[in-house]
Design a protein around this ligand. Structure first.
Ligand SMILES: [Zn+2]
Length: 450
């Protein structure tokens, strides 16, 4: 259902504060219909290569095997997978998030409230729930993996998660992750708003995150009416949605809805993501366990950069992630070329996120690459007439630190360490953070992306 009139009517039928918010954005002419994507892409001069600035929806986007799951089966999957996944992952990837008045919520534990959400699925429980349940589902993952084309150069693929949204639950403004996410609606009806990741939109969102992080005042996130190029549409049962990296989004469940989502991050996604570091840094500050998330992120940056530049000769799978190397003059147009060419423009942002130990690790990663690279010229220096470095073994690191790296700033920084519950710090050795790196869709999908 994609025309503005129909979307508006469906929102009106819900008749809640949340639906009024969406309706007001339509009435203020802040949003276009799904079919206006192409026109908006031209209007905001989003490059042809960014044609995925907007999501694509439709049955073709959904894994085929997900089309035949009944609501009753879904409920059974939830009741079976949720406890099993909890045993496997602990609380790490299972979320029960509640909205509404905290005083009303205190009587029921989050788990019980989450179970109540699941029981509303079959219609046997008429009570309204306000608890969103999210968990990794092995059953849905098995079903999805049969119908999804995973690109060849995937750095990381996440296990399929199941999300159950109670009726009239709003998922507030947020950015989609650095990869491509496919979300299929298995049951229910969801209104989605998407904005493309234009520079202006990213700046507004980053500022909103920064302001929100100061004292967790939710009104600081009310910036939807300032964003440009938004579209709104309804996702109906069986529809898949392919969401490109860093799209801004808000959604509202018009009835109890179940979504199966998975995402993957390619090498290209990783390189593009390096332009979004200030936004990510701001976002980590809004998260309760932001420090842990950022430390994991820092660790993954070091791991993937090392693999992309230097490979890992002793692990065949990991070594396959090494970007093909030719000669310094043949770099333009290659992935390695684009990584090298953006480095000097993003290094300050990256340095500002990393702790002192990570700085040293980063210097070593680049030293290894630059010393091994053919010729006597530095591959990071753009200038054609750049001087030869005669003794690369001895001098390259100093050159990198001087020309291509940033000073450690005097701010609180997060190394790629894990902060324990009682505040002890456990260091995780660089390069071994993520136990498995999936390059093959047939592999065990327990490599988890948070
Ligand atoms: Zn250089």
């Amino acid at each position: 259902m994609t025309s503005l009139v129909k979307v508006r009517a469906a929102l009106q039928a819900v008749g809640s504060d949340n639906s009024s918010l969406f309706i007001s954005l339509i009435d203020d002419a802040k949003l276009g219909p799904y079919k206006s994507r192409e026109a908006l892409r031209c209007k905001f001069e989003l490059a042809e290569a960014e044609q995925l600035s907007y999501p694509v929806r439709g049955r073709k986007q959904a894994p085929v095997s997900l089309s035949k799951v009944s609501t009753r089966e879904l409920q059974q999957i939830c009741l079976r997978d949720l406890p099993a996944m909890r045993e496997y992952y602990g609380d790490r990837l299972i979320y029960f998030s509640q909205s509404g008045d905290p005083d009303e919520l205190s009587e029921t534990s989050p788990e019980d409230a989450g179970m109540q959400t699941i029981t509303t699925l079959s219609g046997t429980n008429a009570d309204r729930s306000n608890t969103i349940v999210t968990f990794p589902s092995e059953t849905l993952n098995d079903m999805c993996s049969k119908g999804i084309d995973v690109p060849a150069n995937v750095l990381r693929a996440a296990i399929t998660t199941c999300t159950i949204l109670p009726s009239d639950i709003l998922l507030p403004l947020f950015h989609s992750n650095e990869g491509t996410t496919v979300t299929t609606l298995l049951s229910g009806s969801v209104a989605w708003i998407f904005w493309p990741p234009t520079e202006r939109n990213m700046r507004i969102l980053q500022t909103a995150y920064e302001n929100y992080a100061k004292n967790f005042d939710e009104t600081k996130m009310d910036v939807a009416s300032s964003l440009e190029g938004g579209i709104i549409f309804l996702q109906t049962e069986g529809d898949g949605l392919r969401i490109p990296p860093f799209c801004l989004t808000m959604s509202l469940a018009l009835e109890t809805s179940v979504l199966a989502s998975n995402s993957h991050v390619t090498v290209e996604n990783f390189v593009s993501m390096l332009h979004r570091l200030p936004l990510l840094k701001a976002w980590y500050q809004t998260e309760q366990d932001g420090e842990r998330l950022q430390s994991r992120f820092n660790a993954s940056i070091l791991t993937y950069l090392d693999l992309m530049l230097n490979g890992s000769p002793e692990h065949e799978d990991r070594d396959a992630l090494k970007l093909p190397v030719t000669t310094r003059s043949a770099l333009p147009g290659t992935l390695l070329g684009s990584l090298l060419s953006i480095w000097d423009s993003i290094k300050e942002d990256l340095a500002a996120m990393l702790g002192p130990a990570d700085h040293v690790a980063m210097e070593n990663i680049w030293e290894t690459f630059l010393v091994a690279a053919k010729g006597r010229k530095c591959w990071l220096c753009n200038d054609k007439d750049v001087k030869d470095i005669r003794n690369k073994q001895k001098l390259m690191k100093a050159h990198f630190v001087e020309k291509h790296w940033a000073e450690i700033q005097v701010v609180k920084r997060v190394d790629s360490m894990v902060v324990g519950e009682e505040g002890q710090v456990h260091e995780e050795p660089t390069g071994q953070i993520e136990e498995t790196i999936e390059t093959d869709e047939g592999e065990d999908a327990m490599d988890v992306d948070e």
